[in-house]
Design a protein around this ligand. Structure first.
Ligand code: SF4
Ligand code: SF4
Length: 458
């Protein structure tokens, strides 16, 4: 079988893709050498806040000032200086058009949890507006030599640091949690010393995949392309391995295409050029897999949301709609195409209890109840929903020294509910929510795929 594991492999080419995509480029130009991907005449027409052709006015005009979004915003709830999603979206958009005003710096206090998107009864594209405004703010108003910019760039390009750290995991694990080094990182870069850095695995998922010889199942009927994301590759390969074993149990051939970061941390930090660069690689390789008959599966709900929603909202790349239309979260996919509940009916687990947190980005995809529903009738396991609050970490947000307290205040409700739930373990699909759950409670946190592996795979 073709070796699909080389990240530098450029043999994958998108199949025939639809010619026309919405021009939603956020003013972001193509990466060097990729300029031809967007017709030249379209490259500058997508700046939302200036007079761009990506006209979100209809969306902004849909806002009837009900303030539902403001009441759903976890940051506005604990930070009285944050003006809320209505201001960051439609109000700022109008102000900018009328007076050519600067973007308000408070856009950097939006964590990109995207709860306002699903709260709005009028389909105002709030997170799209926020992403575009944040990108413009960072490009035009933030000093690229400032500590904030440098820190945010490092945090949002986590994959680059993780790739280096994973070459020397033991040294990296020691250095990243060495007290004096953490103190310096906080003072110099503004990365909070309150959190423990997640450990890098001795062997990345991709190294494991290569070592086992790739896919163990071949099928032209049931084929998926796994978008593992950065965290499952470098930090929690056990989640990625569980995904492989569970899907192979159901007879799927698994492709592991070359891939980069989904862009989630880059959107949240306004680094749209970086996000576009990685999105070009991801879309090219995932579209190629789709042309080979695969559906795209992510085990992280922020990665699946990014591929499904943020890519087509922000980037005009050949194949982006195709990738968006054919991407699923792992458990969601199995619930749609397999009799997962039927398989689980005979499963027996040995008395495990979990407090389950539905990530905000799972909520946006309607997936925040799936783990609870899935395991409800399984003998020997209890998965208890710990409520609908935000965990507060929002990827890189809770790692910023000046946002740490806000992040922990937002998380308080979830910590309390976890402590009241049965057992001393947690469950979620989002790796950074898992960090926050562990940080706030001291519990071990699992992915639903790990429990599925326990239940179904010998
Ligand atoms: S929820 Fe929607 S309609 Fe209501 S204020 Fe917010 S953006 Fe406007
Ligand atoms: S994305 Fe989240 S933090 Fe940002 S404005 Fe919307 S609800 Fe608030």
């Amino acid at each position: 079988m073709t070796d699909r594991t080389d990240e530098t492999d450029d043999t994958h080419r998108p199949g025939d893709q639809p010619e026309q995509h919405r021009v939603t480029d956020g003013g972001v130009t193509a990466a060097p050498g990729r300029e031809g991907a967007i017709p030249e005449e379209d490259t500058n027409v997508t700046e939302v806040f200036p007079e761009g052709n990506l006209d979100l006015r209809a969306g902004a005009d849909n806002c009837y000032k009900c303030t539902t979004c403001d009441t759903s915003c976890p940051v506005a709830e604990v930070d009285e200086e944050f003006p809320g999603p209505k201001f960051q979206g439609p109000e700022q958009w109008r102000l900018k058009r009328k007076e050519d005003a600067d973007i308000d710096g408070s856009i950097m206090s939006c964590s990109n949890c995207m709860r306002c998107d699903s709260a709005c009864p009028s389909d105002v594209p709030l997170s799209q507006m926020h992403n575009e405004a944040r990108g413009e703010y960072v490009d035009d108003q933030m000093d690229a030599l400032s500590t904030e910019y440098v820190r945010n760039r490092i945090l949002s390009n986590y994959r680059t640091s993780a790739e280096l750290a994973s070459k020397v995991p033991q040294l990296a694990n020691f250095a990243m949690n060495f007290g004096p080094a953490r103190w310096v990182m906080e003072k110099v870069l503004g990365v909070t010393k309150e959190r423990e850095f997640p450990e890098f695995a001795e062997q990345t998922f991709r190294e494991w995949w290569r070592e086992r010889g790739g896919a163990h199942v071949q099928s032209s009927e049931k084929r998926i392309a796994y978008f593992h994301g950065c965290y499952s590759n470098y930090n929690t390969p056990e989640v990625a391995k569980a995904m492989v074993r569970v899907f192979e149990h159901f007879g799927y051939e698994i492709l592991v295409p070359p891939q980069k970061c989904s862009g989630t941390p880059m959107f949240a930090n306004g680094m749209l050029d970086d996000a576009r660069r990685d999105a070009e690689t991801n879309v090219e390789n995932l579209a190629s897999a789709i042309a080979d008959g695969a559906d795209v599966i992510a085990s992280c709900t922020s990665c699946s949301l990014s591929l499904r929603q943020e890519y087509p909202e922000l980037f005009d790349i050949d194949g982006v709609e195709d990738v968006s239309d054919n991407t699923f979260e792992a458990v969601e996919y199995l619930r749609i195409y397999e009799d997962l509940e039927g398989e689980l009916a005979d499963a027996e687990l040995d008395g495990q209890s979990f407090g389950y947190h539905g990530p905000c980005h799972a909520r946006n995809q309607g997936l925040h109840r799936q783990a609870v529903e899935l395991f409800r009738d399984v003998d020997g396991v209890r998965v208890e929903d710990v409520g609908d609050s935000c965990s507060g970490i929002s990827g890189t947000y809770g790692w910023k020294e000046e946002k740490y307290d806000t992040s922990m205040k937002i998380g308080e409700e979830m910590f309390e509910h976890m402590k009241h739930a049965e057992g001393e373990a947690g469950m979620t699909e989002c790796p950074t929510c898992a960090m926050q759950m562990e940080h706030g409670t001291g519990y071990d946190i699992y992915h639903p795929l790990e429990l599925l592996e326990d239940a179904l795979v010998d």
